[in-house]
Structures are given as C-alpha cells and as structure tokens.
Design a protein around this ligand. Sequence first.
Ligand SMILES: [Zn+2]
Length: 1462
Amino acid sequence: MLMTLYPRYFGTNPLPMHTYLCIRHGFLRRFSFPATVKIAIDKPVSCSEQYYYTNLLSSCKNLSSLKQIHGRLIALGLESDHSLEAKLLNLYSVYHGSVGGRLIFDFSKTPTVILWNSMIKVYNKSNLYREALVLYTDMLKQAIEPDNYTFPFVLKACTGSLCLEMGFSLHGEVVKRGFGLDGYICTGLIDMYCKFGYTEFAREVFNKMSERDVVAWNAMISGYSQVGDPKEALKVFREMQMVGIEANSVSLLNLFPSVCWLSSLVLCKCLHCFAIKREFELSVFNGLIDLYAKCGNVEASRRIFDRLLKRDDVSWGSLISAYSQNGYSVEALEIFGVLKRDKVRLNQVQIVGALLAATDLRDIEKGKEIHDYLIQRGTSLDIEVSTTLITMYAKCGNLNLAKELFNGIENGDLVAWSAMISALAHGEHPNEALQFFREMQNVNLKPNRVTIVSVLPSCAEISALKLGKSIHGYVMKVDMGMGLDVSIGTALVAMYVKCGCFSHAKLWFHEMPCKDVVTWNAMVNGYAQMGHAHKAMETFRHMQSVGLKLDSSTLVGLLPSCALLKAINNGNCIHGHAIKLGFESDLHVMNATIDMYAKCGCIGHAEKLFETEFVKDEISWNTMIAGYAQNGRPKDAVSIFCWMREKEELQPNLVSIVNIIPAYAQLAALNEGKTIHSYIKNMLTMSSLRKNAHSVLLSTAGIWDALIRDSPYLIGLGSYDITGPAADVNMMGYANTEQVASGVHFRLRARSFIVADSGGNRVVFVNLDACMASQLVTIKVLERLKARYGNLYNVQNVAISGIHTHAGPGGYLQYVVYLVTSLGFVRQSFDVIVDGIEKSIIEAHENLRPGSIFVNKGDLLDAGINRSPSAYLNNPAEERKKYKYNVDKEMTLLKFVDAEWGPVGTFNWFPTHGTSMSRTNSLISGDNKGAAARFMEDWYEQNQKRAQRMHSSLLGLSLNQISEIPRRVSWMISDQNANHKELIELAGSFQSPGGRPVTKLLGVSQRIRNSLKMSGHPSFVSAFCQSNVGDVSPNVLGAFCNDTGLPCDFNHSTCNGKNELCYGRGPGYPDEFESTRIIGERQFRKAVDLFNTASEQLKGKVEYRHTYVDFSKLEVSLSGGNGKQEVAKTCPAAMGFAFAAGTTDGPGAFDFKQGDDKGNPFWKLVRNVLKTPDKEQVDCQQPKPILLDTGEMKRPYDWAPSILPIQILRIGQMVILCVPGEFTTMAGRRLRDAVKTALINGGNGVFDGNMHVVIAGLTNSYSQYVTTLEEYQIQRYEGASTLYGPHTLSAYIQEFNKLATALTSGHPASPGPQPPDLLNKQISLLPPVVVDMTPPGTSFGDMDTDVPKNASFKRGDKVVASFWSACPRNDLLTEGSFAVVEKLSETDNKTWVPSYDDDDFCLRFKWGRPSRFSTHSYATLEWYIRQNAVPGVYRLTHYGAAKRIFGSIHHFTGSSSAFVVV
Ligand SMILES: [Zn+2]
C-alpha cells in the first residue's frame, strides 16, 4: 500500500514516514484559502481544471498560498499531473519549500529527469546540498541518465556542501558523458573550482571552452576576485573586452572585490566611467558607492549618491555603511537622522549601519535614539538587530542595558544567548561573557557551535585555561559532531595557544581529524605571537610539508615575530616563500615584509622592497615612514611623508601623523612640526573622525601646543630588568671570592631618561642597578644604539652610571683586576646588562613627548657618614670650614612632567655607598639605592595612580583595570576570629599540586608590576643615582670591633691593629636587610618630599661635551702657592697596600695577596704577570706604597684602564659631571666648584650662581677612587685606590675645565684617544650548568619542605617553603619572577591572584645545591608578611627553568599548600 502511495519513498532519501502522513493530513485538514484564492477556487470554471490551476499557480505569491493550492490539488487528485508536478516543484524551489517539493517528487509515479533536476534544484535553493547530492546518487542508482541541466545543479550542491572529492568525480562524469564542452556545465565547473580556491583548474576548464559567454567570463572574474587574486581578475576583465564580449553589470559587480583588494582609486574611477558610459543599472552604482568607500574615498561615494536619479534602500544603506566603515560615524548618523526625519521606513541594513556608527563613536545617546526609533516603530527586533543593539550597549560600557535587552528577548533561546555572549566577548568583556556562558548552562541550554566559537576567545583573553579546558571537555562529551568541527577545533587550538598552554594546543591540533589553513595559522601565529619564533617556523615548515595551501595570513602572522626577535634570517626565508607562492602583489604580505625588514634594522631591504612596483596603501607608506624614523633616518622619513602627501595625493591618517612626529622631533624641525601641528588642527575640525582618533589627535595637538608654548623639552623615560645570574657568579664590589650569588632579594633595573631641547640636542642618562659602569658595556651599548638610531645617540651624549650596589653579579667589566674574583668574564652578566640598557633607552626614546623638568634640592642628614674621617681632616682647615659636614648631605632631584600625563618619573643624585648589604650576603639586591627606587615607584603607582584611576573610573573608562589591580595593601583592621575557621578549612582544600611544566610566559605574566601598568601610559620611573661616594658609608652607626664591641681605631679603622674585625654598622644592625630598607627608605622619603615640592623649572639648552683622557701620563698644570705655575704628572695606575686592607664597609676587600690563590683558577692564570714597579713609578706614586702595579700589567690583557671618559651633560641650569670613579666628598666639591667657576666665567651670562652641578659617579667606565692631594697623603683605602698618583684629582679638574670651556665657547671637545675594546680577549672560567636533576620520585617544582599543615600566620611572621628546583642561570626570567606569593581570590575561591613577586622587598628567593657538584638543587621562598598585608588564603609559588641532559631548557612551576594569613 505504502509502496503505491509513495513510490519514491523506499531506496531514496526519505523523510520519516510519520512526517509524510502528517504533512499530507495537514494539507488536507488546513484547507483554508486566502480570500482571493478562495474566490478563484469557488468560482465555477469554464476551461479545463488543469489549465485553471496552472494559471492559479502562476499567480501564487508565497509559500503558504502555494501549500494551500497544493493541498487543493491533492484533494482533487490532480497532483500527479505531469505539467502541474513540474510547475509545483518549480514554485517550491522559488519559495524554498523542500518538504512540499519532496512530497510531490515522492508522489510522482514516473518522475522524469526534469523532475529529478527540479528536485535537486529545490534542495539547492533550501541550502540542503547534501540531500541534493544524495538525490543525484539515487538518480544514478535508478539508472536515470542525467542531462546537461542536471550537472550545473549538482555542481552547485557540491560547492554548497564543500565536497571537493565529489566535485572531482562529477567533473569526470561530465567528461565521460560528453558534456565537456557544454557552456552551462563548464561555467558550473568554473564556479565550483573557484569557490574551492582552485583557480588554476577553473582556468583550465575555461580555456578549453569553445564558446565563452559573458556568464563564463563573469564566473572567472568572480573566481579570481574571491580567492584574492585581483591582478588576474583584472586581466580576465580586459581579455574579455579584447575578444569582444561586452561586460554586463554582473561583470562589474564581480570585479569590485578585486578593486577593493587593490584599494586602487584609479581603478575605481575607470570602472565608474565605464559604468556611466554604458548606463548600467542602479545596482552597479550602489556597488560603486560601496567600492569607493572601501577604497577610502567616501567623498566620491557621496558624489555618486548625490547624482543618482533614482535611489533605493540599498543606495541609502550603502551610503550609511560607506560612512560608518570609514569612521565617518557622525555622517552615518546624520543620514540616519535625515531618513528618520523624512519618515522613510528604514530597512535593516540602514539600521544596523547606524547602530555600528553609534557603537564606533561609543555614542550611547545616539544608540538609544536608534533603539527608541525601533521601539516606536513597533517592529519586533530580529536577531541581527538585537545583537547589534546588545553589542552597542556592551561596547558603550552599559552592560546593564545590554543585559536588560537580552532579558527582553522573548524565549531567550540558544540564538539569543549566543548573541549575548558574542556581544560581550566582542565588547571586550570576557569575564561577563564567561559568566553568561555559565548561566546559560544553568538554564539548561546546551551551547552550540556558535556559542562555543564565540566564548573560547574570551577564555583566551583572560587566560581562563580551566574553563577553556572544561569547554573542550564539553565539546568532546556531547559530540554533536562538534568534535569534528573545524572552526571549533581551531578556536580550541587558538585558546590553548593564547593561554600559553602549547602542550594542549599541540595535542589537540594533532588529534583534529581535519584542519584547514586557519587551524594551521592559529598554531603558527600562536607560536609567533608568544615569541617562539623557531617553533613557529618549524610548524610553518610542517604545514608546507603536508601540502597545505598557505594563505597570506600565514605569512603576515609570521613576519612580525621575526621583526620582534630581529630574526632576519627567518624573515628572509619567509620573504622567499612569499615570492615563491606569488604573494608579491599581496599588499598585506608586502607591508608586513617591509615592516619586518625595517624593524630588523635592514632599512635598505625595506627601501628596495618599497620601491618595487606594487599598489601601495596608506599602511605601506606609514610602515616606511615609521621604518625610517626608527632607523635613525628622520630626514628620509620626512621626505617620504611629503612624497606621500604631494605626489601620491594620499591624505596622511592618524598613524602617519603619529609616525612622523618623532621624525620631526628627532630633527627638532620645529617649523615643520608646526605645519604638522596645523594639519592636525585641520583634521580635528573634520567631523568624520572617530572619537578615539579625535582624542589621540587632540593629545598630539596638545603636545605640540605645549611644546610650542611652554614645554621646553621632549622627555622620555624607560626602565628594564637587568637582574643577572642568581647562582654561581661572584658578586661585584667586595671582591670576596666566597660571596657568590644564590638567589634574589629584589630585582635590578636599568632606568633611563632622554631629554631633547627644541634645537634637537639631546642627552641620555642611564642609571644602572650595578656596582659601576663598565667600559666594555658602554662600548657595546653605543654600538647597538648606532645600529638602531644612527648617530642620534653616541658617545658624546649618552651617560651610563652605576649605583654601586655590592650585591649584583660581576664579570661584566673589561679590565683584569675587576674580573679576578668572578673567575673572569661572565657573558650572561654582561649580556643582560647591555640588553637591559638598550631596551630601557628604546623605551625612553619611544616615550619621548613634550614636557617640563623641575629641579629641587634638600639635605638628607642620616643616610651617610664619612668612613675615612682621618683622611678628610687632612684637607686644609680653611676649606673644611666652608662646609657643615664631612660628607655631602645634599640630594638634587629632577622631576619629569609629561605635558599631558603629568609626572612620569624622577632621578636624583645623592652620595652613599651601596654597602648596606654586607660582604657575606648572597642574594642579588639593589642595596639601599635600588630599594629606594623600588619603594618610590611602588609609592607612585599605588598612591598617585590610584587617584587617577578613581578619576577615570568615574568617567567609566577603565572599570576593567580597577578590578585587576591586585589588592596588596590593607587598611582594614581584621576581625581575628570572624571566619578564621572557615579560612583554615578553605586553605586545607588546597594541597600542594606538585611541580608541572609551564611556558616561560606564564611566569612572566605573574609579575605584579606588569598588571599594575596602565596601558598607553608609561610606567613611573624613579632612579636614585650615585654621586661623590668615595668616603661615604651608609653604615651610619659607625665602625665597631666585632670582638670587643668598641669603636675601631680612628686613624686606621683597626681593632688591636687588625682590620678584619672592624665593621661598620647600619641602622638595622645586625640585620643587613633591615639596614638596607632603612637607608633606602630615608632616601625615598627625602626624594618624595623634594618631588612633591619641586617648583624650579629647568630652562635653557641641552648640551654635552665628552672626551677620553689618557690618565697614565698626563701633564697637569698646578698653580703654586706664590702664583707660579708648576707642571706635575699623573702616573700609570697602581694600587697601594691600604687597598688590600679594605674599608669598614668591607674589610679586606680585593684581598688577593700573593699566595692567596686557593681555589681561584683565574688568579692562578694571571698572578705570574705581577710586576715589580720601577723607580720612576714608585716616585710618581709617592707616598703610596705600591701593592699592584696594575697600570703596567698587560697580560693576558690590560689589568687597569689608562684611557678614561669624562663628560658634561647640561639641561638648562642643571649640569651633570660624569666621572668614571668614586670621588671622595672633598674631591667632588673641588671638581664641582671648579666647573661652576669655569662655566660662569666663560658663559657670557648663560650661567649664574643658580646653577645646579651634580657629580654622577661610576659613570661610563670604572677606575676606582679619586681623593684630594691631602687625603692621598694619609693613604687610607680611598687614597690607596686612587690609581694615577697624587695629582689624579688635579688632572680631572684640568680636563673638566677644558670641557667646560668647549661648552661655553660652542666648540667641540677633542675626542681624545680611544679606549680599547677587549671583548674578544676576555677569558671565562666559570663552568656552565651541566644538567639539572631531581631526586628519584620527584619532579621539578615538587615540594622539598612544604608549609606546615593547616597553618595560620600573623602579619610580621615569616612563611618558608622549599621546592626541588634547577639552576637559575638556565633562564634569568628577565622581566619575570622566580617567586610569587599568590592570594586566593575571594570572589570565586578558585583563582590564585599574584600578590608579591621576587621584585618585592618582603619576598626572598634563595637557591642552593646540597653540595657543590650536585645536580640537585632547591629553591627556598621566604615571605616576611608585612603589617599591611590583606588577610586571606595564600600560597607560595616558584618558577624555574631546568637544563635537560641534552641541553634543552624546560620551564616549570610548583606551589606550596595553602595557608591562612590573619
Ligand atoms: Zn666604593
């Protein structure tokens, strides 16, 4: 029975049986016609029923009336009439009614091939491509011969169902059945191949066609346009005209995407003319509106629109989106206003366009107006409009309205939820997106593809790896085929990659059954973005080896990472691929390649590439402008900028302006700068700007306003981590072989400022958390700056000064005598310092903006005492009478104020030794000056910026940032017992998870100060610089004998004649950390005071003079007592006996007397060259008894410097004297006075008594001490370490006078002799890390000693935990952290929020091996809970890097069990 009723039912592609019955019954039951049809049916008919119904069907206007007529036909038994069948089926195809269509088809007794074709067409129309293909296979099975009409439909189904295999086999069928030359079929094949991206196959088919009509040509044009091969598309378009085929409107519309791709206004104009001449229809002109807009010429779009005789909805819609796409949001909204006013009923495209414009402007008022309009109109919002509205509210920051709107959506179904989640995700509210995702599951809705694809990026955004993983689990569990979905798979890979979880990404990537090029790109670009350039390249090669077609975004994604890593070889290689793959004409690839070359410093390559023939867009020009500016070629940047404006008639955009301004600033071309300034002002009057562009321009304009009006300087500050190896390396300063680094107290940094005046002169000052500057470091930094900026920064205007901490890793100096205890040169120490200085200068350079500088001075009494008062007393009484103290107590501070952002940093100079940490300390530390800098930067970030943040939060600008600031300080008085029990229980649920591998990045992201940083705003930089520190000790309690506790002998600092027992005591004695904190805090408080009250502004030129002087044989003119000039000489360097005795800060420093060579191979190597000084040298150095004649020892290379740099930097009335040594108090005073006098006398009124002269000690190179002639006679430690004899200071004064004269007279200083570059001669004897291991059964990061179970600590307590670890030399974790204190988030009781890291004073990272040659090692974390710590649940986490047996480095982490702080 069924077989006869439904003959097609079996063996085909059936609907379920009950559906059939229901449908049929439904048709019969719901037998109600619309009035018109009903009348027609009820009317008696004169002609045949068949004819009547054929006519009736022709008047059928929609699916429902069609269904009713169909029902009537079924009732009348006419449904199987052949002609009616075909007619019905065609109508079903028009109205996308696949079910009804199938009913007819299945009911047909002998379906003809026409009917089969029609049914396939019905499926196609309803996007049921797979069903169409199945039907085709059935057709073949039933031996129905397909005809030439069948194939175009089936090919379309193939394309629709993305079934390439089937496509190939169809092509075979076509040829086999002799349809190979059929125009329609060939066009179908072309279309299919193009849509699969195989244009070469399409072209082959096309070439073989005997007759090509316009449709075939159009298919070819469209194909090339779609795959992004615009040149070919244009070629085909031209060919077509050559062979005399007239292009129709479709040809043009197909070509438009290509023109768009090329962004060529010339082509736009050509096609525009073409269209006008041939009087094309409206759709073409609408397309042109869109095209001009996409090529950036909105004015042209507007002109076309204005000249249209007829306009339809699309014209208006095109204009609105033309405006909104180009950021002319104001105009877009204006048109919306016009349409609204004229009561034109707006269509969806127009409304969505207007909403996008409002979103873009963040104009919630306008957005609401559109929303109101929709409400007034009373139409129910469809999902696209709702989503756009929700997105608008979300992006405008009104999450409540977005949510309200969402809740208002009737039947909040899956689509609505997905829309809301995606709105939040795209509105940059990842947290809320995830929250909604969770809520959605709570209401028992199962996320679908769309939801999952839109929520995964949110996980990545906030690194919610756990949730990401659970979504992954969900996808695998529900298996709605989602596990196989390429876009979900790709989103998962991207999520893992962005969370830094490469192992999962890789695993899942390999498991994915099918991947497309986007998936591969996610992997490649993920590696690239995370800085794993090699992995990226490896994956990239793998991608090629599997024969996947690369697309341009693969290359575009890889190139920036090459640029970032300066990996020019990789860059070259990718450029090669681009050429090979024919992406030379791809604009994005070209731009990225040029950018890569420019950033790698190969500006020549970039230039050549830029000069090749390709259609350039604004980005190309901007890239080149920026490239020139960054590579120190401001003139070229300016000329190319002018070229772009004048010859190419391209309007510079925001980026061009931002890129060109530094070039003008570099040239200090104020007049040209003013031109740009007025240009910016013009831009500001254009209403078309986006709001954010407006504010950027406004600030830029403001900057130039300020520069022209009252900001006399450009200022820029920068800072970078230079913490060296925290293991095995000797500390620089005390020269105590036993003092070897084994952990971190807090991190070391290089902090820089750059100041330029309006004449373009500039100076750079770098303050280094290191014991001293090093000639070799200076040379290498200057080389790098030259490579990067040309001559902008050079030996003349760059000063690098050390703070004199005695707790930093050594081995980075040039001369032998300073390398003995570090076992020679230590490359890692050297590299991290050179890198850090360079990075801090780059940052300062990039931060250069107009601003002002204020200077302030004040006395700080309790941070330094004289440690050689007996020597000081030998200075003339008359001279001493002029000064209240026997050390300089004055701190001189510069405050840098950005014209827009306010204070951006401060540098001060104050003398006191970096010897608060003792000669037995082994933790890397910046000592008191590093501590002061850390305190002051934290003070500013936490207190000052907090105020700013509060302010901006009121403006609704950075709500996100506020919640992200880790709360590290509590103002609450905790209620001790309130929830103590619960907290203990909560803590108890977090046992130590054991060690696990991590990517390095995760460790870096835990760094507290990274999250404190406000985006777009430079960090506050505060530096505490060293001055004439020679005889100033921070151990202010005085020197005492360790055995008797009595003060040491005044003249010799000895205890019963022995120096080893005499130690200076800091204010925190006996706790050196406490002493460091107190002396640091005293400097910090004074600096804050001076910072807050600074009011004297620096005014005047920026100038500098620098020279090298050979101090080993310098003639010095001395004015004798009777006015007679005497000539004295300096001597080759030599160190006296008192040098070996050391000082009270470090008794026995450099204590390497002959014979004391135990355990130091470097000393063994060099001791044989010890030289006995000749008589001339002995006489010259009198009264110094010579211990080491270092100046005359040249093997294995120079022991001591003889050529030294001296330098004067001037910023208005501030003068900085850069000296390569430690001047004593009185020596410094004499030098300052002498230079001051010389400047006033020679300066023609430029300088007066209100000048501020500071000494920057230990700058550019190092040559130990400089005392006065009188102090030299006493031969204390400082006198014995004054290398070049009694007249060393006089030599300095004489040479500085020359520099001062050169400065006032405007003449250059003589460059002097060049110091040697001894890098290639350096000898390193420090053994490398061989391998790291853990005891059997443990892994890296596992606990060695956990915190006690159920522990609870009070503030002031110390928490200790130790982990199995590896040597910190494997990775210095620069800008990262070895140790973190994490606090359990109170909001979710799940997330661990970093609260303190190894840059915090209260957290110490200690590292050690059980024995010297053990491969095992452990890391101990000690947290001293501060009084203002926030109560809660905490844990200690350690990050490290282990070296495997084959030398590869693997990062790991581990955490202690949780504990409570009350
Ligand atoms: Zn010193």
